[in-house]
Design a binder for this molecule. Structure first.
Ligand SMILES: Nc1nc2c(c(=O)[nH]1)N[C@@H](CN(C=O)c1ccc(C(=O)N[C@@H](CCC(=O)O)C(=O)O)cc1)CN2
Ligand code: GAR
Length: 178
């Protein structure tokens, strides 16, 4: 959305803003192929989703293999997939009686929330939590976790285990991974 907070923040910082996808409300939005073309022109290496609520198309997944990340407000694979976004996630967690929730950062594949998990942070669910209270507690951890993971990404500390599980190499103890 042209008027969303992220787009306005970028404009204020002189960061180019492109709209995707093309819809009746956003006729200036790009097609998937044009989006890939523009991202290449801007020499974009990684794509980080934050509250993006549409399915990322296969064209982008293919063009940016192992380079698209998403943050989800639950401990995937629980409470993920189509229909699980925003407050819907936290309402489902509370209704389930789960004692813990949290934030998950995962690689994006062609389905909702099924990509390889890269990082998680656990958050307690309190007996009298409202969905809003749980959402706020999880969001605080999300904002910290995304910075931690992005830093590791920029410092080349994201590695792949032989069985295909991605890990983050500790900056303090390079022999350790998590
Ligand atoms: N190819 C992928 N695209 C996206 C992924 C992904 O893992 N692979 N993650 C989502 C983010 N997400 C959860 O983290 C998510 C977002 C939205 C939905 C959803 O059910 N959306 C509704 C439409 C909602 C709306 O338009 O208001 C739907 O598809 O019916 C589920 C999970 C981002 N894209
Ligand atoms: N399944 C996707 C999903 O629910 N994403 C969630 O949307 C919120 C965006 O917050 P923000 O608008 O403050 O960035 C975040 O909690 C993020 O986990």
């Amino acid at each position: 959305m042209a008027a969303c907070g992220g787009a306005q923040y970028a404009r204020d910082k002189g960061i180019p803003v492109i709209l995707f996808p093309k819809t009746k409300d956003e006729p200036d939005g790009l097609s998937p192929d044009d989006l890939v073309k523009v991202l290449r022109e801007f020499e974009v290496d990684f794509i980080l989703l934050a509250g993006y609520l549409k399915l990322i198309p296969a064209e982008l997944i293919r063009a940016y293999s192992r380079s698209i990340f998403n943050i989800h407000p639950s401990l995937l694979p629980s409470f993920g997939g189509k229909g699980y976004y925003g407050m819907k996630v936290h309402k489902a967690v509370i209704a389930s009686g789960a004692r813990y929730s949290g934030a998950t950062i995962h690689f994006v594949d062609e389905h909702y929330d099924t990509g390889r998990i890269l990082a998680q942070k656990i958050v307690p669910v309190l007996a009298n939590d409202t969905a809003e209270e749980l959402a706020a507690r999880v969001l605080r951890e999300e904002h910290k976790l995304y910075v931690e993971v992005t830093t590791a990404l920029c410092e080349d500390r994201v590695v792949w285990r032989e069985d295909g599980v991605p890990l983050i190499q500790s900056k303090e103890n390079p022999e350790e991974y998590y």
